[in-house]
Design a protein around this ligand. Structure first.
Ligand SMILES: Cc1cc2nc3c(=O)[nH]c(=O)nc-3n(C[C@H](O)[C@H](O)[C@H](O)COP(=O)(O)OP(=O)(O)OC[C@H]3O[C@@H](n4cnc5c(N)ncnc54)[C@H](O)[C@@H]3O)c2cc1C
Length: 436
């Protein structure tokens, strides 16, 4: 291969993308702006620095996060190899010695004969591709402007306001009803109704619950119309009843009963295996979300595929912009990878870096890239990030709710997940045999 590849950003995604492409013979120039241009959170000049927790998430066999890591292992991921090598005891999680982990990845990139690591900020998208943009949640402002110019201002977001996603198999449907407000729509919403006592109790618990403190650079997000539910609860006891829990236009379809407050859930996927709690973005800690949200009737035993959150972030509306090859529909030589495409988390970002690296190599060889099928964790995440949807695009971590459903008769959650898990590994193996 003669043509060279530019990768912008030496984080989890950019490091993995550069490595995968270089391993397959591409000549890669990897731009990392640190240490000359620091971000508000990175502390070192190392590539693939973990900015916060040193945990790469659940490593328990048969879990969705483990499955994603396992698939990455099977495809020769540099990041997961370094994580396994520098892991530290952390119960069911894969946690690492952060300096050794990032040091190992940086050295591997520096030693690779096909990679040149350039310590420079890229301020605009290069005119000549192929290029992979992997600049993460804290993309430098100059480049963010460049991206915005390229894709259109309305497609670039600067914060996440994530509402929790619940495993449908753990909702008590007997206590809820399907209906759309004022009967507009096809009973698209699942409604959890509260009487006055339950509502006031819920508000009290929300107000008193433990919150994750905001970092100074995250403060402005609240001005963007993504107020956390607990902040709304602090404004007044009835604020939520006029906001995300408003009951107007909703009555029980069989009894005609009206309610003091209603929390609405919307299907997160076609199969209806996951539901999103609409408007419930929150800064409550995860254990507190579980405790407080379980006080809502119907959600007493809810298990969460994703918890709510609010972060400073930079991400594009990938489903409208990217093809499943991770390149722009309007400029096919520009690829995006990592958190900037709306995946959430270290391993998810690395996963999209790996796919972008493979995809570009195929382009350089003049071959078509066949993405991994949605039955795999890599394919499920890619599908989420690139498939058009009617609802607003929100960043996502890997979870079993993203996979195509299996036989509905399998009611046992453990068995269901185990079936998805085994199907994923078998599908990945077949895909790798055929395509790599
Ligand atoms: C405060 C904070 C805390 C987080 N905590 C966690 C956590 O605990 N667990 C978790 O899984 N995820 C966490 N995340 C999300 C985390 O950032 C991502 O999971 C992961 O780092 C994303 O990988 P990435 O490669 O897409 O971006 P990054 O790892 O951020 O890498 C992007 C790289 O691009 C560089 N860069 C940016 N702009 C330019 C430019 N113009 N030119 C050249 N280089 C550039 C940056 O310096 C950086 O090295 C957190 C994010 C933030 C902001």
């Amino acid at each position: 291969m003669k043509k060279r590849l530019t990768v912008i950003g030496g984080g989890l995604a950019g490091s993995e993308a550069a490595w995968q492409a270089a391993e397959r013979g591409a000549s890669v120039v990897l731009y990392e702006m640190r240490p000359r241009n620091p971000t508000p959170v990175h502390k070192t000049d190392l590539c693939a620095e973990l900015v916060c927790s040193n945990s790469l998430g659940n490593n328990r066999e048969l879990s969705a996060p483990f499955l994603l890591k396992e698939e990455l292992r099977k495809l020769g991921s540099l990041v997961i190899r370094a994580a396994d090598k520098h892991s530290v005891p952390a119960g069911a999680a894969l946690a690492v010695d952060r300096n050794r982990f990032a040091g190992e990845i940086t050295q591997a990139l520096l030693d690779h004969p096909n990679i040149a690591l350039v310590r420079e900020e890229v301020r605009e998208i290069p005119a000549e591709g192929p290029v992979i943009v992997a600049t993460g949640p804290l993309t430098s402002p100059a480049l963010a402007d460049g991206i915005s110019t390229l894709i259109g201002q309305n497609y670039l977001y600067f914060y996440d306001a994530l509402s929790p996603i619940i495993d449908a198999g753990t909702i008590d449907f007997e206590k809820t009803f399907f209906a759309s407000r004022y009967n507009k729509g096809d009973d698209d919403y699942l409604n959890c109704h509260l009487n006055e006592k339950q509502y006031r109790e819920f508000v009290k618990e929300l107000r008193e619950a433990e919150k994750v403190p905001l970092k100074p650079f995250e403060k402005p997000v609240y001005f963007e119309g993504c107020m956390p539910i607990e902040e709304l609860a602090m404004r007044g006891e009835m604020t939520l009843a006029f906001g995300p829990l408003k009951p107007v236009g909703l009555e029980h379809p069989e009894t005609g009963e009206k309610f003091f407050a209603v929390a609405q859930l919307r299907r997160e996927n076609r199969e209806g295996t996951a539901y999103n709690l609409v408007g419930f973005q929150t800064k409550l800690t995860y254990p507190e979300q579980k405790r407080v949200l379980r006080t809502i009737p119907g959600l007493e035993n809810a298990e969460f595929f994703r918890y709510g959150a609010i972060h400073r972030n930079t991400y594009i509306n990938a489903p409208g912009l990217l093809t499943p090859e991770l390149n722009l529909k309007t400029r096919p030589d520009v690829y995006f990878a990592g958190q900037i495409i709306g995946v959430e988390g270290y391993v998810e970002s690395c996963a999209m870096g790996l796919l972008a690296g493979l995809s570009v190599v195929n382009r350089l060889k003049g071959e078509l890239f066949v993405p991994p099928p949605p039955e795999t964790a890599l394919g499920a995440l890619l599908n989420y990030a690139t498939q058009k949807r009617k609802t607003e695009y929100q960043p996502m971590n890997i979870n079993f709710g993203l996979f195509p459903a299996i036989d509905a008769r399998v009611r046992n959650k453990k068995l269901r997940n185990e079936t998805i898990f085994r199907r994923a590994l078998a599908t990945l193996s077949a895909w790798r045999e055929r395509n790599l």
